[in-house]
Ligand binder design. Structure first.
Ligand code: F3S
Length: 240
């Protein structure tokens, strides 16, 4: 029997970095909360909980005693960061640098007085964070039909949620280009997800069985399993 490991398997750069930050805290004996689970992997979350770093929701923060709070890779809006600091909390920022870059772009666009269009999912923490860095007019567009509902504009700039597919971005941009002049377009997609999906697809074509290892509650892992199934491989999604 031959076993192949798909290219790019494992954590993306941003998650690896965030987990590394927690590992360092553990090494230094520091306790903390993460604002929501650090990743969608129950074993990793449990591992850190045992070491004194556990997920918490914002509303429960006041009743707890630990003063270190880690921000996840998705990032947060400046208003929330201020709120945490005003509570006397020590904020440890594990926001992915690729997301940080989008925050900066959103601020620059606002400074220029341009309307910002974010291509992404309205309720996703990453998009809420990006929106919070924009202090001018801002619109979030999730799909083609939402793009059609955007009012005509003179000038606008566009950024993209890091996990969007190029296909969705293209469809939305085609419509937005008819609504007004897009003077600045930043394709801020991160290709980590796409690269993993392509590699899994390629490998699934070659093998009899695919073992997709990851959290059952992870959208990314579930998607990899579906992609492999579509290629005709017998798929086992394994969490432990
Ligand atoms: Fe991962 Fe950062 Fe990309 S968290 S998916 S490397 S935006």
């Amino acid at each position: 029997m031959k076993i192949y490991i798909a290219d790019y398997s494992g954590f993306c750069f941003g998650v690896k970095r965030a987990v590394g930050i927690l590992e360092n805290m553990v090494k230094n004996g520091e306790e903390a909360y993460t604002l929501g689970p650090i990743i969608h992997n129950p074993q990793v979350v449990e591992y850190f909980t045992q070491k004194g770093i556990k997920p918490i929701e914002l509303n429960d923060l006041d009743s707890e005693r630990k003063r270190n709070v880690v921000i996840r890779t998705h990032g947060i809006e400046p208003g929330l960061e201020k709120l945490l600091k005003d509570k006397g909390i020590n904020v440890i920022d594990a926001t992915c640098p690729f997301v940080k870059r989008v925050h900066k772009i959103a601020e620059e666009i606002s400074k220029k007085g341009l309307m910002l269009i974010i291509i992404g999912e309205k309720d996703h923490p990453e998009v809420i964070g990006i929106k919070g860095h924009c202090f001018g007019k801002c619109v979030v567009v999730e799909n083609k039909s939402e793009a059609e509902k955007v009012d005509n504009f003179d000038k606008a700039a566009v950024v993209v949620q890091t996990t969007q597919t190029q296909e969705n971005v293209d469809k939305i941009m085609e419509i937005l280009n008819q609504k007004g002049e897009i003077v600045e377009f930043y394709n801020t997609r991160c290709d980590a997800t796409a690269k993993r999906q392509d590699a899994a697809k390629k490998l699934a074509k070659m093998v009899d069985v695919m073992l997709v290892i990851g959290g059952k509650n992870s959208a990314n892992t579930n998607k990899l399993a579906v992609i492999c199934e579509k290629e005709g491989a017998r798929v086992y999604h394994i969490e432990t």
